[in-house]
Design a protein around this ligand. Structure first.
Ligand code: SUG
Length: 414
């Protein structure tokens, strides 16, 4: 059995819009009311996936959710057309950010040798709190094989935002690793979305060697609403901002004890401030191991556009360290809602033969999805149009066309 890392990217749904729903996510609140471009957003995501396939990486997908979420509106005793302030939450395409779908502990890390996935409850933000039933349905389908255990969300009131606050450090993807769970503490200007008790519950149920680390309050206050805005790990490398963690010395010591070969690459605040890190999303990169060896950072164009950030990164890859290559990608539409390349993907280390093949991609499948997006996703949606209902039956029809093309009709509502 060969274990590989597969990135499952959320396909951007046809209702993609800017409603300013996430307090503490500076891009999302700054862009509230802006015209959105759902077609371009989805095509940008597909182009990123295609580029990753061409780098020799394995690629999977998660599907857009039914929007507006009529089941959720019904549970709130209302429906589309009468939802008032619930409308933006009911129609958000936020499930595109697959890093918030679940926390994944690959088989080499777990006591029972299965790959465990816990769907995230996302309870802090109303628009995200109703994602989990559909996410769970998709994960149960994609990972139905007995090599996996797919768990229900941690119960409220303990907020859990999934892999965005979880890192795994190991010698190689297929060898046992230490799992790092990062949580926030309340009291700052913005919500702390990941609760320590949620992280602890997941570590217990997955039965892994875990370290619990507090995210620095300064990072959350600067707009790092998830740990993956200020840190990313891959195999034995941790790439993080100097001010990412609250008790850094203790965390780094524990990490070095668990994994002596760990390489910690810190970006000092003197080179890139927290504000610059949040504005450029240099840490919201996919840090990946290339098949030919060496690692690459797949980062947003916005990181290249910031001279101080780019200069630092170019010096990094010019050195003799493990990160050898910078690959900028255009995910501008997602970025404007605070979602960079790493937010759009959920990493699962597993044997690809155990995954439902309908969720695995090759270029031909990406081309087919691209054709459907070109034909059915709206080109643009103004804030005023988003508030009217006319386009939404078309949005649901667009999603169903995609499901049929991928032979995933189980995911249509019964
Ligand atoms: O939860 N934005 C998402 C962005 C999630 C990014 N994910 C990671 N960092 N892994 C959020 O804040 C904005 C939607 C709006 O305002 O319309 C939004 O939900």
């Amino acid at each position: 059995m060969s274990l590989v890392e597969i990135n499952f990217d959320g396909i951007v749904g046809p209702t993609h819009n800017y409603a300013g729903l996430s307090l503490g996510n500076l891009a999302a609140t700054a862009n509230a009311g802006r015209t959105s471009y759902p077609r371009a957003a989805a095509l940008q995501g597909l182009a990123k996936m295609r580029a990753n396939l061409r780098l020799g990486l394995a690629q999977g997908i998660l599907l857009p959710h039914p929007r507006p979420n009529s089941r959720w509106l019904a549970a709130m005793a209302t429906h589309a057309g009468h939802a008032g302030p619930l409308w933006p939450a009911a129609s958000s395409a936020s499930a595109m950010w697959a890093a918030n779908a679940a926390t994944v502990s690959p088989a080499p890390d777990t006591a029972d040798g299965r790959c465990h996935l816990s769907v995230a409850n996302l309870i802090t933000m109303p628009h995200r709190s109703h994602e989990w039933p559909e996410t769970l349905r998709q994960l149960r389908l994609a990972f139905a094989n007995s090599a996996f255990a797919v768990h229900d969300p941690v119960p409220p009131p303990f907020g859990d935002e999934g892999a965005a606050n979880h890192m795994r450090l190991c010698e190689h993807h297929g060898t046992p690793g230490v799992e790092v769970f990062v949580h926030g503490e309340p009291g700052g200007p913005f919500p702390a979305r990941q609760h320590r008790q949620a992280s602890a519950a997941i570590a217990r149920r997955h039965d892994v060697d875990a370290l619990f680390v507090q995210q620095s309050p300064e990072a959350i206050a600067a707009g790092a609403f998830h740990n993956d805005v200020v840190a990313v790990a891959n195999e034995r490398v941790l790439f993080a901002h100097e001010h990412a963690f609250a008790d850094k010395a203790r965390f780094f010591d524990s990490l070095r004890t668990r994994l002596p070969s760990v390489e910690i690459i810190e970006v000092p605040a003197s080179a890139v401030s927290l504000a610059e890190a949040v504005a450029s999303y240099l840490f919201n990169a996919q840090l990946v191991t290339l098949p030919a060896g060496g690692m690459a950072l797949i980062l947003p164009d916005e990181a290249q556009a910031k001279p101080r950030v780019w200069t630092w990164l170019e010096a990094l890859v010019a050195g003799n360290g493990p990160i050898r290559r910078l690959v900028p990608v255009d995910v501008r539409e997602s970025m404007a809602n605070g979602g960079g390349p790493a937010c759009l993907r959920l990493r699962v280390v597993c044997d690809p033969a155990t995954v439902d093949a309908r969720f695995l991609m090759d270029e031909a499948k990406l081309d087919r999805i691209g054709e459907i997006v070109e034909a059915h996703w709206p080109e643009q949606v103004t804030a005023a149009e988003h508030d009217t209902l006319g386009a939404w039956p078309a949005a649901e029809a667009a999603r169903l066309t995609l499901l049929r093309a991928l032979d995933l009709v189980e995911l249509t509502y019964s």
